[in-house]
Structure formats: C-alpha cells, structure tokens
Design a protein around this ligand. Sequence first.
Ligand SMILES: [Fe+2]
Length: 201
Amino acid sequence: MSNPYAPPTSTDLPAASGEPPGPLDMSINPASVEDATLLLARLGAPPRLLRHVALVSEAGERLLGLAAELDLPINATLVRVGIVLHDAGKILVSAELDASGGEHEPLGQDLLLKQGVSPALARICLSHARWSEMAVSLEELLVALSDKLWKGVRNAQLEERVINEAAKALKRDPWDLFVQLDSLFEDVAAGGTARLEQSRV
Ligand SMILES: [Fe+2]
C-alpha cells in the first residue's frame, strides 16, 4: 500500500502547477495583509468572504505563533497574504460561498494573475484545496490547514503533511513535534463552532 504521507512525486503533479514557491525572502505582491485586503475589497468581495478571511486568519495566526516559537523557517507573510486571497474566486462564483465546489479555484488564480498578483500567491487559490494533488510548500499547507481548522475540521492527512514538512524543515523527528502540534490543532479546532457562528453575515 502506498504511503499517503509521502511527498508528491513528479507523476502527481498537474502539468500547469509548476514548482512550489521557493525562498523565504521571496518578495510578493501584494506584500501585506492590508494591501491584499484592499485588493479583495476592490475586486468586489462580499462581507461574507471578508469575514471568512478574518476567521481563517485567526486560525492561521495560531499556527504561525507556534511556527515562530519553533523557529520554523517559513515566509509568514506568504501564509498571511495567502489566507486573505485564497478564496478570491468566490467573488466570481458566489454560490460557493455557501456550498462546496471547486469552480472558484482556477477562476481565483486567473483573477489574481490578471491583477498582477505574484504567481506564488495566486496559486494558493488552487493549492489550498488541491494540496494533495500538487507540489506545495509548507506555507501553502499552512493556508490549507487554517482553512480547515477555523471551522473545527480536523484532516489527518493534511495535519500529518504539515507535521512531516515542519520536521523536515527543522531537521527533527516528526514524533518530537507531534504532541505539540496536534494539541495546537485540537485547540484551534475547538473554537470552530464559535467561529462558524461569526461567519454568518
Ligand atoms: Fe476558505
């Protein structure tokens, strides 16, 4: 049986996905949460989407807090701005604000690229949902995980990917990190019901 937590191989990669974004000092556009939020508003994001972004960001900040404590070498701005922009496609596919569906994912990437958004950010429109089918960075995995935990959803496969990638980046054993990270995931997810309440605007 194949190991579901093994890193993706070249055969797993969709042709158009390219390589995951790279170095920590990579400059991105928009470069800040403020600029990304302004862009989202200018593109016509409804209040519900802006609230969703705020709630996912709340979960994301918890993950980034521990990442900083662990000295995890990641680009935290990429995670923060990625969270703001990950569902930009729902501006075009408003039905997916309430119902599941993946139409907003490629449309969001195209929308952002047309606005001059960095490809490393625009691809998060795809990777936050398709992380298991693409080569993705740890930053992208953290966006995807924030998008689950905010509403109280635990995803064992995604969490294990995050733990494994974090361990690799820190040159530590995944089991050394498991309890600390798993407890954090549980704690963030525990606020899911309250956040879901707040998401109804
Ligand atoms: Fe989302």
